[in-house]
Write a protein that binds this ligand. Sequence first.
Ligand code: MG
Length: 372
Amino acid sequence: MKVVAGAGTDVGQVREGNEDAFLTEPPLYAVADGMGGHRAGEVAAAIAIETLEALFRRSEGALAEQMREANRAVYERSKLDRKLSGMGTTLTAVVLQGGRLRFAHVGDSRAYLLRNARLRQLTEDHSLVHEMVTKGELTEQEAEVHPYRSVLTRALGVDADVRVDEGTAEVEAGDRILLCTDGLTSMLKEMQIQAILEAAPDPQDAVKRLIRAANRAGGIDNVTAVVLDVVETQGEEDDETSVEVIASSRGSGERGGERKLRRIPWGKVAVRGGVSLAVVAVLLVGGRSYLDRQWYVGVSNGHVAIFRGIPTEVAGFRLHRVALETTIPARDAQELEFYTDLPVGITADDRAEADRIVEQIRHDVEAAGAAA
Ligand code: MG
């Protein structure tokens, strides 16, 4: 039995850097999705994968133990360098050897097994929405579009120790394994992923098609896929792989050079570990694309202002930013009975409505001033 691998990563359509990483060093394969501002996520993903690979080569400990070591390596590095403070990463790794698959996993990257036209997710997401689905608080369909669907409950590098999920599965010739980051699964439904996997016999071609489909669906996040085919061989013992890295397709002409990249106006991506709750609030682009479509009028620096996002915080992260700060003193508006809610935020359907609310406030404040 041998393994034929395809792998690729792409920056996507929106983000400026790629903080995903993958590893194809048979029999070890992994994907990681780093997070943290100022490219710290890239560092976190790289340290996690390098540490895992080094320990695996030295055959030190079980896969889950190697992953806990990788966690410590990321964590310790983040303590040494303030610029890297708070960085973290997902890590999903499999070892494919002797007809068996071992996996270890932390975060919301995924491993799937495609067998007999059935796609089965081997890993369980460590995400807030998954927990809510498990508790019956959300349906799968609601979870797919939930604004907090990228909030992780576990990630590597956030705490000194981490709980690692592990498992094994028997594999047989004809099986196809997919490792991927949420840049794929947040853009494509499992049905679409399965259809692409079934339509592309060559693993590298499957990877290219998956990445292209995620980008066509919006490409709001970095996207990474590793496809592993288990193939019958005669007499050959060693795993053999053919791996080709797809370069970032930005500027390759594949998607057309005239297409403008949307910039994220949303500050940095960040990770935070709760002190005792151990809830890692990671708001990735998935949440931000939702937030980018929300508007409200509130108060900034004592002035009436238009905000993009929602007037709340999750684990210390503001889910909004100022789009326009006016010269209208907020206090003057709040004195009028219509606008006492201003500090809480008056929601608007879109930017045009937010502008109309501001003009109404300006008008009312001026009228009240003239009357006084
Ligand atoms: Mg991601």
